[in-house]
Design a binder for this molecule. Structure first.
Ligand code: ATP
Length: 440
C-alpha cells in the first residue's frame, strides 16, 4: 500500500519546490495568507483554465464575468452578510486566545493553554474585512472586502440580461479573490483569510431548481474525476437545516479526505430567489426576468456550485503525492493529471559541457515552445537527479538528447529518449514526432 502523505509532506514539498510559500515570510509570516510561487501559479492557472473550460466555454448557457472586489456596502447589507456572516467565537480569559466555538473539542478546556474553565461565552464574530473608501475616515466610508464572489454576479444579473438576452436557464461564472477574517486560519491553504473562489450562479425557473441541482451535482463529480480526485475520497454531505448558510434552502457539501481529516472541499447550494429579491428590495431596481415569448415576468431561482481554489489545489496535491521505488531507489513524485502539470515536458542535453548536445537540446526545446507546449530546460546535475527533480514537481515526460541523437549510431539519428514519469520507462522516438506526443 502506498503511504498516504501527511500535511507536513505537502507543505514541505510546496515550499521547497516553489509551489506555495507562507505570506510575508521574511517578516515571520502573516496568518491566513499565502504566496504562490512559479510552480504554484502554473498549477493554479491550469486548474482555473480547466474549470473555465468545463463551466463556461464548453457550454452555451454560461456567461463569464469579473466584478470589482469593492462593492457598494448596501449590497452586503441586502445579502445578509453584514448582519449574519458570523462564526461563534470564544475567548480564553487566561491566554487571551480566540477560537471558533464550533471547532473546540472540550468546551471546558482552552485548546491553546490547556486551562480548564477559562473559556468565556460564545459571541458572534463577523468575518468580513472592513476598510474605508475615500479620504474620510468616518463610519459612512466603511466598505467590505467581498467574502464571496457570488455578490458580484447578482449585481450583474441585470447587465448581462440587458446585453445578451439569455434564455432561462443560464448562469454567470466568476473566478476571483474572496476575503474572510477567519478566527483561526489553519491547515495550510485550507482555511485562509485571503483565497480564491470559482463560482457559478445558475438562474432557473422556480420549478426547475431540483433538476438543475442534480445536473450541477453530476458536473461537480465529473470535474473531481478530471482533477484525479479518487471517488472514494469524496463524500456528499447533505447539510441539515440549522447548519446551512442563511441564504440556502438546500446544500450539499463535497467533503474530501484531506491528510488532516474529512473536510469541506466544495459546496452546492440552492439559494432560491433570496439574493435577487433582497437586492431588488434594497436597490429599488427590478431584478426580474421577462420571458420575451410569453411576456411573463419571473424572479429566477439560483443554484450555486462553489469551489475554493486553494482547497482544490490542496486536494490535488495530496492525491498526486506518491512515494515508490524506482530502479531500487526510493522517490517521491507528483502523479498529476497531464492537464494540470506545471510543465508538460522537460528537455535535457545528456551532458552540459558538450556544446553540440546543448545546441541540439535547445533546438528541440524551441520546437516544443513554438508549438505552445509548456517545456522546461534542465542541464543541472546528472540525468538521474534531473529525473527526480522533474518527478517531484509532476512533469509527465522528460526528453534527453544524447550522442545517438546527433548520429553516433546512424540509425538513431534525430531520435531522443522520452521517459514517462509514472513508470520510469524510456522509449526512443523521432524528434519529428515529439510535438504530437506532447500535445496529447
Ligand atoms: P467552512 O465551513 O469550511 O468555513 P464555508 O461553508 O463557510 O466553509 P462557503 O461559504 O460554502 O464555505 O464557501 C465556498 C467555498 O469557498 C468552500 O467550499 C471552500 O472551498 C472555499 N472556502 C471557504 N472559506 C475558505 C477559507 N477560509 N479558505 C479557503 N477556502 C475557503
Amino acid at each position: 500500500m502506498a503511504k498516504k502523505p501527511t500535511l507536513e509532506d505537502i507543505v514541505s514539498l510546496a515550499k521547497r519546490r516553489g509551489f506555495i510559500y507562507s505570506g510575508s515570510e521574511i517578516y515571520g509570516g502573516f496568518s491566513g495568507t499565502f504566496d504562490y510561487g512559479p510552480l504554484g501559479v502554473a498549477l493554479k492557472r491550469n486548474i482555473e483554465a480547466l474549470w473555465w473550460k468545463r463551466f463556461v466555454t464548453d457550454r452555451e448557457d454560461m456567461y463569464g464575468i469579473d466584478a470589482a472586489i469593492l462593492m457598494n456596502p448596501k449590497a452586503w447589507e441586502a445579502s445578509g452578510h453584514v448582519s449574519g456572516f458570523s462564526d461563534p467565537m470564544v475567548e480564553c480569559a487566561n491566554c487571551k486566545g480566540r477560537f471558533r466555538a464550533d471547532h473546540i473539542e472540550d468546551a471546558n478546556v482552552c485548546p491553546s493553554c490547556g486551562k480548564k474553565g477559562t473559556l468565556g461565552e460564545a459571541k458572534q464574530f463577523n468575518m468580513m474585512f472592513k476598510t474605508k473608501a475615500g479620504a474620510t475616515d468616518d463610519e459612512s466610508a466603511t466598505v467590505y472586502l467581498r467574502p464571496e464572489t457570488a455578490g458580484g454576479m447578482f449585481l450583474n444579473f441585470k447587465n448581462v440580461v440587458d446585453s445578451f438576452h439569455p434564455k432561462l436557464p443560464f448562469g454567470l461564472a466568476q473566478i476571483g479573490k474572496a476575503f474572510r477574517n477567519e478566527i483561526a486560519p489553519r491547515e495550510f491553504v485550507f482555511r485562509a483569510r485571503e483565497f480564491e473562489q470559482m463560482e457559478v450562479e445558475y438562474f432557473v425557473r422556480p420549478d426547475a431548481w431540483e433538476a438543475a441541482f442534480e445536473e450541477w451535482h453530476g458536473i461537480m463529480h465529473s470535474f473531481a474525476k478530471e482533477l484525479g480526485l479518487p471517488k472514494e475520497n469524496l463524500h456528499d454531505l447533505e447539510v441539515g437545516e440549522g447548519d446551512r448558510a442563511h441564504y440556502s434552502s438546500r446544500t450539499i457539501d463535497f467533503e474530501f479526505d484531506f491528510p488532516f481529516g474529512r473536510k469541506e472541499l466544495w459546496g452546492l447550494a440552492y439559494r432560491t430567489d433570496f439574493d435577487l429579491l433582497a437586492h431588488e428590495k434594497t436597490s429599488g431596481v427590478t431584478l426580474r426576468y421577462l420571458d420575451e415569448d410569453t411576456k411573463e415576468k419571473v424572479t429566477p431561482h439560483v443554484v450555486e456550485p462553489t469551489f475554493g481554489l486553494g482547497r482544490t489545489m490542496l486536494a490535488v496535491l495530496s492525491t498526486a503525492y506518491t512515494e515508490d521505488e524506482i530502479g531500487g531507489e526510493p522517490r517521491s513524485y507528483l502523479k498529476l493529471p497531464v492537464v494540470l502539470a506545471p510543465y508538460r515536458v522537460a528537455v535535457f542535453p545528456l551532458l552540459k559541457n558538450k556544446p553540440e548536445l546543448v545546441a541540439k537540446a535547445r533546438e528541440v526545446f524551441s520546437l516544443l515552445k513554438k508549438a505552445s507546449i509548456v517545456a522546461v530546460f534542465d542541464d543541472n546535475g546528472n540525468i538521474g537527479k534531473r529525473y527526480r527533480r522533474q518527478d517531484e514537481i509532476g512533469t509527465p515526460a522528460c526528453i534527453t538528447i544524447d550522442f545517438d541523437t546527433l548520429g553516433e549510431t546512424p540509425e538513431l539519428k534525430d531520435t531522443v529518449t522520452l521517459r514517462d514519469r509514472d513508470s520510469g520507462e524510456q522509449e526512443r522516438i523521432l524528434i519529428s514526432e515529439l510535438v504530437a506526443r506532447c500535445s496529447a
